[in-house]
Design a protein. Structure first.
Length: 483
């Protein structure tokens, strides 16, 4: 009989099983979602095509642009290939109404699949102003090389290869989550359970099947978190510091909110240096304080352009209070929570309607445990050390602050909250969140002398997350598109 206890001491086999299950589940989700169905997938894929055909794209000002229809991708400033494929696949039927299902064709092939595979529609952008995503574009430049390399393949092959690449990156992310948990002080067995919970997180599993720059920035955040933990555990090294700095730069080049990693990197380096010299000479401390102040001022000056700080103090305060009043409402917080956990609003289900309420109850209980954890001198050995938990909290706070700062900036320029704070924006800190959640619960179990409940709670969490993931796949996603 398979001995789970002995396998947990040699994690290679169970870890490979977890990664394999996640990867093949991701491939299944890739196949389930119709083309261009993911969050802004057509726009991101258009960006990739735009950079892969930089010499062919042009804007013909003499030709009047078609009036944009939000439900018809052929009216956007995308390539003809995207527009014609969208029309042939009848994408507008899914975009126009949330409860519409796919129109099936008779036979094995999908609707107009043969035409999509055989037609040679241009994949460069012309006749209208290209609607490309501004700002950081490392993800799109990177994939544009492969788009050009695979140009001889039809769009279905190219598009779904890029989706599978997202699943591959997500699988690496699950592996990194195991390393984060293990190096933060959790046992190998509990680290495997943490990575299992993350691997069946419905939104993480589903969202990282998309062509989207978050497929890059989420594993980058996880990798930064891992190297931060290793630096706290083993002391700073050129390797860890270089990898963290590289992660921060790549995150910033991928998406604007990646700037929070530059801030997190700075504060972590300050802490590591201070720990080294705090018992040293006063001269070293004065030099440290001087250069730290200079760095913070430079970082603040660099970050200024990403915040609406051009007006006077009174105007800044007014716009900020208006933004807080509009954004931090119970409705918007509940929406962020629902979209963080998955597609829980797609069907009328009592379980999904109340799932986030149950999650919030568990999180409130966990927060009580975390308060005890931080203010108790002696903590159980099976939980992470406090400096790691503080680092996790810092990462969560930094991302929350960065996302809401960008949202505030957009609100000031547009007068409405158009960016918002959907749950997918907070997935980069999923590992930190799950570990902190169980740290709080583990502390409460320690206080009531039920330490063995900690492992039971992890097992129960993994089982429940598995069933929730399967329920959403088979009773929500398949129901949404095919039944």
């Amino acid at each position: 009989m398979l001995n789970i206890q002995s396998l947990s001491k040699k994690p290679n086999i169970p870890l490979v099983i977890i990664l394999a299950l996640f990867f093949f589940k991701g491939i299944f989700l890739v196949a389930l979602h119709p083309i261009f169905d993911g969050q802004d997938e057509a726009r991101h894929y258009a960006n990739i095509q735009y950079f892969s055909h930089s010499e062919d794209n042009y804007w013909d000002e003499s030709k009047e642009s078609t009036k944009k229809d939000d439900n018809r991708l052929e009216t956007y400033g995308f390539s003809e290939e995207i527009g014609k494929t969208s029309t042939a696949a009848d994408s507008k039927i899914l975009r126009s109404e949330i409860f519409n299902t796919i129109r099936f064709s008779e036979g094995y092939n999908g609707k107009n699949e043969h035409a999509i595979e055989t037609e040679q529609w241009p994949s460069y952008i012309y006749s209208s102003k290209p609607e490309i995503i501004g700002g950081s574009q490392f993800y799109h430049h990177f994939l544009s090389f492969f788009e050009k390399t695979l140009s001889y393949q039809n769009i279905l092959t190219r598009f779904f290869i890029f989706r599978i690449f997202s699943v591959f990156l997500a699988t690496i992310t699950i592996y990194i989550s195991f390393l984060i948990a293990k190096n933060s002080g959790l046992s190998i067995k509990n680290s495997l359970l943490i990575s299992t919970i993350i691997s069946f997180h419905p939104k993480f599993s589903d969202y990282l099947t998309n062509i989207n720059y978050d497929a890059f920035i989420i594993p980058i955040f996880f990798f930064f978190t891992l190297n931060g933990i290793l630096s706290l555990k083993n002391g700073p090294s050129w390797k860890n510091l270089s990898l963290m700095l590289l992660s921060a730069i790549l995150a910033f080049l991928t998406k604007g909110t990646g700037i929070v990693l530059l801030v997190a990197f700075a504060f972590l380096v300050f802490y590591l240096i201070f720990e080294k010299i705090k018992n040293g000479s006063p001269l070293h401390l004065r030099i440290f304080y001087f250069f730290s102040t200079i760095y913070i001022l430079c970082l603040g000056f660099f970050s200024k352009k990403y915040l609406p700080l051009q007006d006077g103090i009174v105007q800044i305060f007014e716009t900020f209070t208006k933004y807080i009043d509009k954004s931090l409402t119970l409705g918007k917080l509940a929406l962020s929570s629902r979209t963080y956990w998955g597609n829980v609003g797609w069907v009328d289900s009592w379980l999904l309607s109340h799932f986030t309420d149950m999650i919030w109850l568990i999180q409130v209980i966990s927060v009580i445990g975390l308060i005890l954890y931080f203010f108790t001198k002696n903590t159980p050995s099976y939980l992470p050390r406090k400096k790691y938990a503080i680092f996790f909290l810092g990462m969560i706070f930094a991302l929350q602050l960065g996302i809401r700062a960008f949202d505030w900036r957009v609100y000031v320029h547009e007068g409405v909250i158009s960016l918002g704070t959907p749950g997918r924006y907070f997935l980069p800190n999923l590992a930190s969140h799950i570990i902190l959640l169980y740290t709080g619960l583990g502390m409460l179990f320690y206080k009531i002398k039920k330490e063995h409940f900690f492992e039971y709670s992890l097992k129960l969490g993994a089982i429940l997350m598995f069933f929730l993931s399967m329920y959403i796949i088979f009773d929500v996603i398949i129901y949404r598109f095919y039944l």
